[in-house]
Design a protein around this ligand. Structure first.
Ligand SMILES: Cc1cc2nc3c(=O)[nH]c(=O)nc-3n(C[C@H](O)[C@H](O)[C@H](O)COP(=O)(O)O)c2cc1C
Length: 207
């Protein structure tokens, strides 16, 4: 089947994208409002975009009418946020945090989670999470019609990793048990793993 996005509705394009780009890691993001409320929400348009310095991106959609979601507005105002890895043990609580509560209600509290202070930024992190990455805003790119999305790029200024999840600098991913998003309300856990050596270019043939 051949599909031209120009012939499709916004919803049809969205469904294609989230069905085709899978599995997507899920950033669980905390931010701080101007009045001091800790906001938290999951975002699966999430990835690493640089390692020198370390940088991560999340893409936050605009609401109907173009208004920013709380996460995006708070990051614009404070220039700081924390990204946690979404783990199997916390998926129910993190999903709960996607509820569109008004800005003065903390999703963290409503989900039964607890915050602890960060080290280098004012935005607190979630104590129950095994991994937290404190980020300072690097750049926001407004993308699409409206704009439709804010692509937020942050520099990681501090990594927090539970001692049980790391050995000789390598993350024990099976201990961490990250959850990824598929389309709609479907998620996936880590599946079978396998190893594959990278080919080396030897001049006339690859080995
Ligand atoms: C697993 C999951 C992934 C999500 N990924 C995104 C995303 O990448 N971008 C986005 O704008 N919303 C995403 N959402 C929806 C937001 O979490 C939701 O709009 C939330 O209310 C935003 O919170 P805020 O208004 O406090 O910023 C996702 C929801 C779930 C459950």
């Amino acid at each position: 089947m051949r599909l031209d996005p120009k012939d499709l509705s916004d919803l049809e394009v969205y469904k294609l994208l989230i069905g085709l780009v899978t599995p997507r890691p899920i950033a669980f993001v905390t931010t701080l409002s101007e009045t001091g409320t800790v906001n938290a929400a999951p975002f699966s348009f999430f990835n690493v975009v640089c390692d020198d310095p370390p940088m991560l991106s999340i893409a936050v959609g605009r609401k109907d009418g173009g208004e920013c979601k709380d996460t995006s507005r708070n990051i614009r105002n404070s220039g700081e946020f924390v990204i946690h890895v979404t783990e199997e043990k916390l998926i129910e609580q993190i999903n709960h945090c996607s509820c569109p509560y008004p800005p003065n209600i903390s999703e963290v509290e409503r989900a039964g989670l607890h915050t602890i202070p960060s080290e280098k930024i004012k935005v607190p992190r979630v104590g129950e999470c095994s991994v937290a990455m404190e980020c300072k805003l690097h750049q926001i790119l407004e993308l699409g019609n409206g704009p439709a999305y804010d692509l937020i790029i942050g520099e990681v200024v501090c990594f927090h990793v539970d001692d049980r999840m790391i050995e000789n600098g390598r993350i024990k991913v099976e201990e961490l048990s990250p959850v990824a998003r598929l389309a709609g309300t479907e998620y996936t856990k880590l599946g079978d793993r396998f190893s594959l050596d990278r080919p080396k270019y030897t001049g006339d043939r690859s080995v």
